[in-house]
Design a protein around this ligand. Structure first.
Ligand SMILES: NC(=O)c1ccc[n+]([C@@H]2O[C@H](COP(=O)([O-])OP(=O)(O)OC[C@H]3O[C@@H](n4cnc5c(N)ncnc54)[C@H](O)[C@@H]3O)[C@@H](O)[C@H]2O)c1
Ligand SMILES: [Zn+2]
Length: 370
């Protein structure tokens, strides 16, 4: 089972490559050098990732060997790091290391939190400095490191502040996934299942047929699955970089309800992003069934794959009213009308606005445990 080692994202002057491999961090410095990003590298990561393995050190050594000065800084391992306070800290550190004859660039080694905060910092420091994404979670490797969305949170909601700014390189090393906790792995898998449902029936069938342990333990299988999910993301991002058409919206399958569940549980530890999206995919598929967009067998297939991936399809201890309220406040809902991504088969989906409230309620009730 072969997978591509390079996937190019074509966005005119903002184009970049995603390099995909296992145990290839020794190449990182040379790849950065080829791109002439600057003179001084600032690595942003978190202590958990640093402690998990020697890979962050390997990355730093590779960059040094290529002739760059390297400084590292860490942010606390929590979603709360996506804040103005932490952004200010990162920007101040950049400024204190900056100076005449220096050209800084950022290397973001981490999951979506490091990538999202670091992306904002890179996007606004000196009106923009280059940055490289080295995603270390499955979610970041298939989703958050690609496509140029960056963001920090406000008390009013997640990702309310941010900008579209593309990285200059995405460097994926599958070795990082070896130390990723199981729950985080499954959470990332939810985004892979999402890609399969909306666009890639072959990926769907492969996931159905592969036990989770067989997927995690094989570089080839993992590389193939990740590459397929990336190709779905690329397909959407290349056509709709800034989400002004509804193509990129398709990537929000499972997210209308997923975001509401995260908000209703106050972004705590009850549900990871991927788990919330998993329940959200069940809700959306249920709506699709009620609107005759899919049949029973397709709903069962989607539910079967979520079960197979060890992902939840029901929630406990959350009130229907809180979920509906959170959905009504979601910035992604178009003015006054709800908007859902609905599967129309395995590997196909549409954006549907104005789903009757009655149907939304019934589908939400189908996932609420008493
Ligand atoms: N920009 C986008 O397009 C986009 C898309 C999806 C999600 N996001 C954002 O991404 C964030 C979630 O990202 P995430 O799921 O990667 O969470 P995360 O960054 O919090 O990482 C999850 C956990 O795994 C740990 N970890 C990371 N890599 C590890 C490794 N190799 N070994 C051991 N532990 C490791 C982290 O320290 C953390 O505890 C959210 O803030 C979400 O809003 C952004
Ligand atoms: Zn997501």
């Amino acid at each position: 089972m072969k997978f591509p080692s390079r996937i190019s994202i074509r966005l005119g002057v903002n184009s970049y490559d995603i390099l995909l491999g296992s145990g290839h961090l020794a190449r990182l410095g040379q790849e950065i050098k080829r791109l002439q990003l600057g003179t001084h590298a600032v690595i942003l990561t978190n202590p958990t990732i640093q402690r998990a393995s020697g890979l962050t050190r390997q990355a730093a050594a590779s960059i040094r060997r290529a002739g760059f000065e390297v400084k590292s800084m860490t942010i606390p391992d929590t979603e709360r790091s996506k804040s103005f306070t932490m952004l200010g800290t990162v920007l101040s550190r950049l400024a204190s290391w900056d100076g005449p004859g220096r050209k800084l660039f950022l290397v973001l080694i981490g999951g979506g939190v490091v990538g999202d905060l670091g992306g904002v910092a890179a996007g606004i420091y000196r009106r923009g400095i280059p940055f490289v994404q080295v995603p270390t979670t499955l979610l970041a490797q298939v989703d958050s490191s690609i496509g140029g969305k960056t963001g920090i949170d406000l008390p009013h909601g997640k990702n309310l502040v941010g900008l579209f700014v593309q990285p200059r390189l995405v460097f994926i090393d599958l070795e990082f996934l070896k130390t990723l906790p199981d729950r985080q792995f499954r959470s990332g898998l939810a985004e892979v299942v999402k890609c399969a449902v909306i666009r890639d029936a072959a990926l769907f069938r492969f996931l159905e047929a592969t036990p989770l342990s067989a997927l995690r333990s094989s570089t080839n299988r993992l590389g193939w699955v990740i590459s397929r999910a990336i190709l779905v993301k690329r397909w959407a991002v290349e056509q709709d970089e800034k989400e002004t058409r509804s193509i990129r919206t398709l990537l929000n399958f499972g997210h209308t309800f997923g975001h509401a569940l995260e908000a209703a549980t106050r972004y705590g530890t009850a549900y990871t992003h991927g788990e919330a999206v998993s329940v959200g995919m069940k809700v959306a598929a249920d709506i699709a069934l009620r609107l005759n967009k899919i049949g029973d067998s397709e709903l069962e297939k989607i539910q079967g794959l979520l079960r197979h991936a060890g992902l939840p399809q029901t929630v406990r201890g959350v009130k229907e009213a809180d979920l509906l309220k959170a959905m009504a406040q979601d910035k992604k809902w178009s003015i006054g009308r709800n908007r859902w991504v609905l599967p129309t088969g395995i590997g196909r989906a549409i954006v549907q606005t104005g789903v009757p409230d009655r149907i939304v309620r019934l589908s939400i009730r189908s996932v609420l445990e008493r």
